[in-house]
Design a binder for this molecule. Structure first.
Ligand code: DOR
Ligand code: ZN
Length: 426
């Protein structure tokens, strides 16, 4: 196997508290810490001067639409989009058709990802059979098949009793429960955040409380069962407060936030453009500010894209009929660098931590650092490069991207998975 030497980049490895210029050597697919003592004959050199070198970025929340909606995304096209966006490892949600709810489905995802040979794609198994919310799926079998976590993402588990039982199993299997928090009877029919803006636009709203009721319920269930609850795509100030208090009380809870909930607000819906329709909805400025502060202070652990590809003919229907979701794998780094880093809201180390060791710790992957012997996944970012977002150039099969036509600063220039360069900016 070949070797790669990534030279003179600014290495940021928050797991080890490292931030400084240096070299990273990968041999036989693994990181070699002792670069000075290594035989460098025949190594391929990647010059990273002026660039940021991080452990391969991890996105623990993506939707690849296979099986069922392969026109929107496949595991292979999603993996290609992932590495183009700097993500070496992604966890894909089970809201496919049929839902990923069996050991065979876990095997299927892992096999397709291996064939594609780009990013590592790790399956998340459904919590309930068929994602129907009625009874628990075969969680132990899915864990044996490689499930890294369980989620009914797209909807909350409606029954507290079913979720309680699933949490007891998840605890036994040592896997987290990833919960989409949106109380179904409050969320039904809503297209945006319930607020003065929704009233003036005459659009049906979803209140912040729809999210917070489920966050609160699930925190109680995590306390009751001792399971690890991970709150997906948190979006309100009230949810942030609940997470903060639960953490202070020693309950096993973590949370993630998406770039769109940090960079956009419900004011974007004034355009009536369905590209901004997402679940949970874009919220008010005060919610966005609370999420940014919580990301900065670690109350929110992780950044995840919730990459949600949709067909143009479906996404461009009027708001009431358009599906929720936007694609994010290829814009996450640019959006975060432009909207948070450049504006001084969150430090670079914290941003990288939220996309490397924080998700790694939750999913227990033994990635997320460049320590000796770890799988050689690396992301190289040019923090100064300006680029125009053009979804026609994306590797994703879908184009539902709210940043289309905008300039971003900060771009991934190379991605390395297990010592192989799987993406390089042309
Ligand atoms: O906006 C969303 N889209 N939120 C979700 O939770 C699901 C996702 C999808 O599958 O399209
Ligand atoms: Zn999702």
């Amino acid at each position: 196997m070949s070797s790669i030497l990534i030279k003179q980049g600014r290495i940021i490895d928050p797991a080890r508290g490292i931030d400084g210029v240096g070299d990273v050597l990968i041999r036989d697919g693994k990181v070699v810490a002792d670069v000075a003592g290594a035989d460098l004959n025949g190594v391929e050199v990647l010059d990273a001067s002026g660039k940021i070198v991080t452990p391969g970025l991890i996105d623990m929340h993506v939707h690849f639409r296979e099986p069922g909606m392969e026109e929107e995304e496949t595991i292979a096209s999603g993996a290609e989009a992932a590495v183009a966006g700097g993500f070496t490892t992604v966890a894909c949600m089970p809201n496919t058709a049929p839902a990923l709810d069996s050991e065979a489905h876990m095997n299927f995802v892992l096999r397709e990802a291996k064939v594609a040979g780009l990013a590592e794609v790790l399956p998340v198994g459904a919590i309930t059979a068929g994602r129907k919310g009625q009874e628990m799926a075969e969680m132990a079998n899915m864990a044996r098949g490689g499930a890294v976590a369980f989620s009914d993402d797209g909807t909350s588990v409606p029954s507290a009793a079913v979720l309680k039982q699933a949490m007891l199993y998840a605890k036994m299997l040592d896997k987290p429960i990833l919960e989409h928090c949106d109380e179904p009877t409050l969320a039904e029919g809503g297209v945006m955040n319930e607020s003065f803006v929704s009233t003036t636009l005459g659009l049906p709203g979803i209140p912040a409380e729809a999210e917070e009721i489920i966050v609160a319920r699930d925190i109680y269930l995590a306390k009751l069962t001792g399971a690890h609850l991970h709150v997906q795509h948190i979006s309100t100030r009230g949810s942030v407060d609940l997470i903060r208090r639960a953490k202070e009380a020693g309950i096993r809870v973590t949370a993630e936030v998406c770039p769109h909930h940090l960079a956009l607000t419900h004011d974007n819906l004034k355009s009536f453009d369905p590209v901004y329709k997402v679940a949970p909805p874009l919220r008010a400025r005060e919610d966005v500010d609370a999420c940014i502060d919580a990301l900065a202070d670690g109350t929110i652990d992780v950044i995840a894209s919730d990459h949600a590809p949709h067909l143009r003919e479906e996404k461009e229907l009027e708001l009431a009929y358009a599906p929720c979701g936007l694609i994010g794998l290829e814009t996450t780094v640019g959006v975060l660098f432009t909207e948070l880093l450049d504006k001084g809201r969150v430090t670079l180390n914290r941003l990288i931590e939220a996309m490397t060791c924080a998700p790694d710790k939750i999913l227990k992957l033994n990635r997320g650092t460049l320590a000796d012997g770890v799988v050689g996944n690396v992301t190289i970012i040019d923090p100064e490069m300006k680029w125009m977002v053009d979804p026609a150039k994306f590797k994703s099969k879908s184009a539902n991207c709210p940043w289309a036509g905008q300039e971003l600063k900060g771009r991934v220039c190379a991605t390395v998975v297990a010592g192989r360069i799987v993406f390089r900016l042309p």
